[in-house]
Write a protein that binds this ligand. Structure first.
Ligand SMILES: [Zn+2]
Length: 53
């Protein structure tokens, strides 16, 4: 699966649970930025546990 952020072609490794938006799968770099917002929960995708946190 590819990172859901525009212009990012890295492999998604983290699912973000976003209270005000749909869940999305992103790469670790984007998860680090987006996961910092209040209320956002970042969880590794199945099989990607080694890449997150
Ligand atoms: Zn990304």
């Amino acid at each position: 699966m590819q990172c859901s952020e525009p212009d990012c072609d890295r492999e998604a490794a983290v699912e973000l649970d976003i209270p005000w938006d749909e869940n999305r799968a992103v790469c670790p770099a984007h998860a680090r930025v987006l996961g910092r917002q209040d209320g956002v929960v970042a969880l590794p995708l199945d099989g990607k546990e080694d890449e997150w946190p």
